[in-house]
Design a protein around this ligand. Structure first.
Ligand SMILES: [Zn+2]
Length: 228
């Protein structure tokens, strides 16, 4: 097991004062106190934290104050005044930043979010605040991958056929990461500015919690991005 208490993706963004962190199983983030202690541990101010009360929606909120945002699954802070955070356990944590404007954001995208176009909606929100998509870098963090994410006939119609295939169990293996990348590229993000962390939360059980593996009692990982 890794000794680090969180994964650090800040080097991908190549900015010394930007923190991009993802808790792993070595750090308990349960409850409000766990969330706040994680924010402090990575060197960010808990009083500047903005995070959604997630509902697997397609909605993203532009935030101009810290706090909890209901009925949304992503937060974007123009100018990076606030630290953005989401929690996941198999769903995709999508980190984004524009180093020129210092805007940061984090989106929780599971299969329902992808169906509900949360990533195109995120890009529309960025355009609404007048920013250029070519300035953005995006990281998709650890999440359940095609090796372990399968669905049955009943919901497969909601998925893009490009990103699934029938497996030996007569179910469908879905590649949520590739689907997410395609949605971002189709929305105008430059492909070479999208980075995938190639780690499956289901396979890597020593490192990550997984809802599919552990069920409703599964723990969560906290993703956070912000300027120190
Ligand atoms: Zn896997």
């Amino acid at each position: 097991m890794t000794q680090n208490k969180w994964d650090d993706y800040s080097s991908i963004f190549n900015h010394d004062d930007l923190t991009v962190a993802f808790s792993n199983r070595n750090f308990s983030v349960a409850g409000k106190s766990g969330h706040i202690s994680f924010v402090s541990a990575v060197g960010l101010d808990p009083d500047k934290l903005a995070f959604p009360k997630q509902i697997h929606s397609g909605h993203v909120e532009i935030v101009y104050h810290p706090g909890i945002f209901s009925n949304t699954d992503g937060v974007i802070s123009p100018g990076g005044s606030f630290n953005c955070s989401v929690q996941v356990a198999d769903c995709l944590p999508v980190f984004l930043t524009n180093p020129k404007s210092r805007t940061v954001g984090l989106v929780h995208a599971g299969w329902r979010g992808l169906v509900l176009k949360i990533l195109p909606n995120t890009i529309n929100s960025i355009l609404q605040i007048g920013e250029s998509l070519s300035d953005f870098t995006i990281v998709i963090g650890p999440s359940i991958q095609a090796c372990c994410f399968e669905v049955r006939n009943d919901i497969i119609d909601q998925f893009d056929p490009t990103f699934y295939m029938k497996n030996s169990k007569n179910r469908f293996s879905v590649d949520l990461q590739k689907w997410a990348v395609q949605q971002l590229v189709d929305s105008g993000i430059i492909r070479s500015r999208i980075f995938l962390i190639d780690k499956c939360t289901f396979c890597n059980q020593n490192e990550y919690h997984s809802y599919r593996r552990n069920g409703p009692k599964a723990g969560r990982m906290i993703a956070i991005i912000g300027w120190r």
